[in-house]
Write a protein that binds this ligand. Structure first.
Ligand code: ZN
Ligand code: ZN
Length: 160
């Protein structure tokens, strides 16, 4: 869903409430950590103008299916996250180097064309909300590096 920035009123924020159902997730990366939505994700977004920028504030709540970093089994991971992002039109800035600086310093995203692709924003925020290591349970024993057996389920015969 693309938010047309021309539709953002000058004074008051544009408010959106969406529910991302299972079919929303398009897995284009089979090795990606998230493989789907396990409970519909409720997303709320406010978009408003601030000077020559647009601010996008929102939160998301639901659950995604992620892969355990140790045993590779998929499990449900609850999501509860909020975010604040800035967007600007690139034409206002002189050159590429300057744009990159701005992106680093102020977490400003740049808009291609007339709008913000909300689906991309949500996708990115879901990934950002994951812990550095996703574990199906804290004491997951993982896979044997030699034979690949799932050590949560069985003991293998390999020796160290
Ligand atoms: Zn695991
Ligand atoms: Zn083994």
């Amino acid at each position: 869903m693309i938010i047309d920035l021309k539709s953002i009123p000058q004074d008051n924020p544009k408010h959106l409430e969406l529910c991302l159902e299972k079919g929303w997730w398009k897995s284009d990366d089979p090795d990606g950590q998230i493989s789907g939505i396990s409970a519909p994700i409720r997303a709320r977004v406010d978009i408003y103008k601030a000077g020559d920028k647009y601010v996008l504030e929102g939160d998301m709540e639901g659950a995604v299916r992620v892969r355990c970093d140790r045993c590779l089994k998929p499990f449900d991971h609850k999501i509860k996250t909020d975010f604040r992002l800035f967007f600007a039109q690139p034409s206002r800035y002189a050159n590429k180097a300057e744009i990159e600086l701005l992106e680093e310093d102020m977490e400003t995203g740049f808009i291609n064309g007339e709008g913000i692709e909300l689906d991309d924003v949500f996708r990115e925020q879901l990934y950002l909300s994951l812990p550095i290591k996703s574990l199906c349970r804290e004491d997951c024993k993982g896979l044997c590096p030699v034979c690949g057996a799932d050590l949560n389920i069985q003991r293998c015969q390999c020796r160290k």
